[in-house]
Design a protein around this ligand. Structure first.
Ligand SMILES: NC(=O)C1=CN([C@@H]2O[C@H](COP(=O)(O)OP(=O)(O)OC[C@H]3O[C@@H](n4cnc5c(N)ncnc54)[C@H](OP(=O)(O)O)[C@@H]3O)[C@@H](O)[C@H]2O)C=CC1
Ligand SMILES: O=C1O[C@H](COP(=O)(O)O)[C@@H](O)[C@H](O)[C@H]1O
Length: 507
């Protein structure tokens, strides 16, 4: 007999992540990513006592610094994050090595430095190399490590390499990069990071879908009308002009975060939460995306760039420092994706992401079909709203389900109600910086939340034809006022199907 278990009474179910002792070498340790994301994530893991017992950080970059100067810079960048004593203790784990990435001498020096630190820290020769440099250096550093014998697992411990995005610029360059990495590493040593996969609410998509019985039966073309995936940012290009103007929204956001979220929300249930079973399903889903044909691409895609908004005192993208005055780089993209498989045939997935929009919002909205017949048609004007399940990723983290309900009172009045669950209210705990979880997984040797080689390739395969077409015809670029909801053409993308985006403004 099955018993009902009251949720509160049950112990939490946890799969603990067991980080192994290791040393982490951060190439590009003087850079923005290291300062803003990696060191804060490592510091938080330290504060929560989640770092392995034996651990050290070895920063590497061209900037000349000694250990003390690096430790000072670490303490400065984390000044708001902890007490003086915590910062002092954490910075004690930090060491530094300067050198030029192209010079073999750097890797020889690294080798002896690692041997020295490992002897003191007893990390068993386990090493993580984090490539937080401009992407052009990924093959250079891997070759330097490989030639110095620093990538082989033979020395008694393991070696893993974390590769930051962007992973190539297109399918050809992604494959070239893979070939360069695989000359010195195996796929099991390569951790292609996508920080969206480390976000709590992105991981919750899997728990929601596959640890509950009520959603999966309706998670298909029978019940779902369409899905909207939005990542809207209020920030503009900031200080990343050199990178962004060469990249654009499609490469920056869609090749990775947007398609990863699409695959999680639409994939078939994996047999187990195991690195390969899970990634097999994501790849299968991406492979089922209907390719765009050159003649109807315009119907399904919108490419935008922000224009000046004097009312809000916001400059145009083309007026931002470091951006070419005739740049055609897209700061916004929207697309309709069709997935040609049994589950999703005929259900459009609308994806949009852009910079300098009205509000910062990342969410996935599942819009269900309307009731097939309304028994209320004779009683009140026919205006039943369909149910919408919203997986809110940021800034609010939670889940909301809209439904129709009777308004109290003598009349038969209907109104829409939003059942809301907020992570903050329920768990009262901050959600970590996504890098915390991913770094821990890397230390534990779990690749589930990292992108596999075929995953990166199939994503490029989806986007390459669009990138090619956009490169050839610049006429399709449309403009939206900075601080607005996006280009009008994006509204038309849904309006043609009788649908509308969820408003970006107040909800
Ligand atoms: N910053 C972010 O928020 C994000 C970054 N990423 C990715 O992470 C990686 C690092 O990003 P980020 O920290 O912003 O990059 P930076 O431009 O800050 O570069 C990191 C470090 O690399 C070194 N470096 C920079 N340019 C060169 C060069 N031409 N030749 C040799 N060394 C150079 C610099 O150190 P030094 O001069 O001391 O050698 C610099 O401190 C990139 O691939 C980026 O795409 C991904 C997601 C978000
Ligand atoms: O990878 C990137 O992501 C950020 C958005 O991340 P979020 O966690 O703040 O949603 C984006 O600003 C950046 O351009 C891109 O490179």
């Amino acid at each position: 007999m099955r018993r009902f278990i009251t949720r509160g009474a049950r112990e939490e179910l946890c799969a603990e992540i067991k980080a192994e002792s290791c040393g982490m070498v951060i190439f590009g340790a003087s850079g923005d990513l290291a300062r803003r994301k990696l060191l804060p994530a490592l510091f938080e893991l330290f504060r929560r006592q989640l770092l392995p017992a034996n651990f050290f950080i070895l920063g590497g970059a061209r900037t000349e610094m000694d250990d003390d100067a690096f430790r000072r810079s670490v303490r400065e960048s984390l000044a708001e994050a902890g007490s003086d004593s915590e910062l002092e203790e954490f910075s004690g784990f930090c060491h530094y090595i300067a050198g030029s990435y192209e010079q073999p001498v750097l890797y020889e020096a690294l080798k002896s430095r690692l041997a020295e630190l490992e002897a003191g820290c007893l990390t068993g020769g386990n090493r993580i190399y984090y490539l937080a440099t401009p992407p052009v250096l990924y093959p250079v550093i891997t070759e330097g490590l490989g030639r110095a014998g620093l990538t082989s697992d033979a020395a008694g411990g393991w070696s893993r390499v974390v590769v930051e995005k962007p992973f190539g610029r297109d399918l050809v360059s992604a494959r070239e990069l893979d070939r360069a990495l695989l000359r010195y590493l195996t796929e099991q040593q390569i951790y292609r990071i996508d920080h969206y996969l480390g976000k709590e609410t992105v991981q919750n998509i899997m728990i929601l879908r596959f640890a509950n019985t009520i959603f999966e039966p309706v998670w298909n073309r029978q019940y779902i009308d369409h899905v909207q995936i939005t990542v809207a940012e209020t920030l503009g290009v900031e200080n990343r002009a050199g990178y962004y103007d060469q990249t654009g929204a499609l490469r920056d956001m869609f090749q990775n975060h947007m398609l990863e979220m699409l695959s999680l929300v639409a994939m078939e249930p994996p047999a187990s939460f195991d690195g390969d079973r899970h990634r097999d399903e994501k790849v299968k889903l991406l492979r089922a995306i209907r390719p765009y044909s050159p003649w109807d691409m315009d119907q399904f895609l919108v490419r935008g760039q922000y224009a000046q908004n004097s009312d809000k005192n916001l400059p145009a993208y083309r007026q931002e420092p470091g951006i070419k005055s005739d740049s055609t780089t897209e700061t916004y993209a929207a697309m309709q994706v069709m997935v040609d498989n049994w589950r999703w045939r005929g259900v459009p997935f609308y994806l949009r992401s852009g910079k300098r929009l009205a509000r910062k919002v990342s969410e996935i909205a599942i819009a269900f079909k309307p009731v097939p017949h309304s028994m209320f048609a004779g009683l009140m004007p026919e205006n039943l709203l369909s149910n919408v399940l919203v997986l809110a990723i940021q800034p609010e983290e939670g889940i909301a389900l809209s439904m129709e309900t009777k308004r109290p009172g003598p009349h038969m009045c209907m109104s829409s109600l939003n059942l809301q669950f907020s992570y903050r209210d329920v768990f009262g705990e901050r959600s970590g910086n996504a890098y915390e979880r991913l770094l821990l997984d890397c230390m534990a040797g779990d690749q589930t939340l990292f992108v596999r080689r075929d995953g990166a390739e199939v994503a490029w395969n989806v986007l390459d034809p669009i990138l090619q077409q956009w490169q050839e015809e610049t006429g399709s670029l449309c403009f939206y006022p900075a601080g607005a909801a996006g280009p009008e053409q994006a509204e038309a993308l849904l309006a043609k199907d009788g649908r509308a985006w969820r408003p970006l403004g107040d909800r």
